[in-house]
Write a protein that binds this ligand. Structure first.
Ligand code: IPE
Ligand code: IPE
Ligand code: MG
Length: 243
């Protein structure tokens, strides 16, 4: 049986999260400027999203720009911040055909007005779609997300909407950017780095982790099948015992 069929014959993860890393190194190896890597990375994002949808994955979260990535040169930041425009201009038709819903997670106070308008338009246009939900994490960082959620909970206690006794995990999670998404089942990081870099710390509490040396622009459908196959072999116990 081909790898794809093997993967599809078993339950697939409901929510996959990917740390899209290695664009710069991909470009460097080809003697290209870093932005060429980001361009190829964006092309690959569309491909892998459609592939994940075909496999029956319901939610795909991708780390596109971290709260720390503002430390990069302005030129590179400008290029990376072009992603929402690429969505509207280049992904539009395929996303419509495949019924892909797009949401953005992260801070909204440092993004340009033009980009905010674009992001809102994309979210609004795709909000009723029933296919895969692509959660694009842009100016996203877990420390920021968790701190904000804590502030919102405190605010709601102060204004009387919440009592101290009613605060529980669900109440807290409903104040996170990812409030409408289930927890992550499988986390993938490309490029060989073995760290989380402030990504979805709350949401990966029980995720299986898969690290690969493949650089994001080269991460193909076959690599995705391999990652899922690896996941399907693991026995998730959630703190219980193995039967
Ligand atoms: C991932 O590739 C893209 C973002 C972080 C936005 P990098 O730009 O981090 O690529 P490397 O790690 O330098 O190769
Ligand atoms: C993580 O990659 C952020 C994104 C992929 C958007 P980085 O390349 O920024 O992370 P570090 O600096 O290697 O931890
Ligand atoms: Mg990197």
């Amino acid at each position: 049986m081909r790898l794809k069929q093997q993967v599809m014959a078993k339950p697939v993860p409901k929510h996959i999260a990917i740390i899209l890393d290695g664009n710069g190194r991909w470009a460097k190896r080809r003697n290209l400027p870093r932005h060429a890597g980001h361009k190829q990375g964006a092309i690959n994002l569309q491909k892998i999203t459609l592939e994940a949808h075909q496999l029956g994955i319901r939610f795909l979260s991708v780390y596109a720009f971290s709260t720390e990535n503002w430390r990069r040169p302005k030129e590179e930041i400008d290029y990376l911040m072009n992603l929402p425009k690429i969505f509207e201009e280049e992904y539009k038709d395929n996303f419509k055909e495949y019924d892909i819903r797009v949401v953005f997670s992260g801070r909204r106070d440092r993004i340009s007005q033009a980009n905010l308008d674009l992001m809102q338009r994309v979210e609004e246009k795709t909000k009723d779609r029933k296919g895969l939900t692509l959660n694009v994490c842009l100016d996203y960082g877990s420390h920021d997300e968790i701190t904000r959620a804590a502030k919102k909970v405190a605010e709601d206690v102060l204004n009387g909407q919440l009592t101290l006794a009613s605060i529980n995990e669900d109440v807290f999670a409903s104040r996170l950017y990812t409030r409408d998404l289930p927890d992550v089942d499988l986390l993938i990081r490309t490029s060989g780095e073995v760290r989380l870099s402030n990504f979805l710390l709350w949401q990966v509490a029980y995720a299986e982790f898969y690290f690969t040396k493949v650089l994001w622009p080269s991460f193909s459908a076959k690599h995705l099948y391999k990652a899922i196959k690896h996941y399907q072999k693991r026995h998730r116990k959630f703190g219980g015992l193995k039967e």
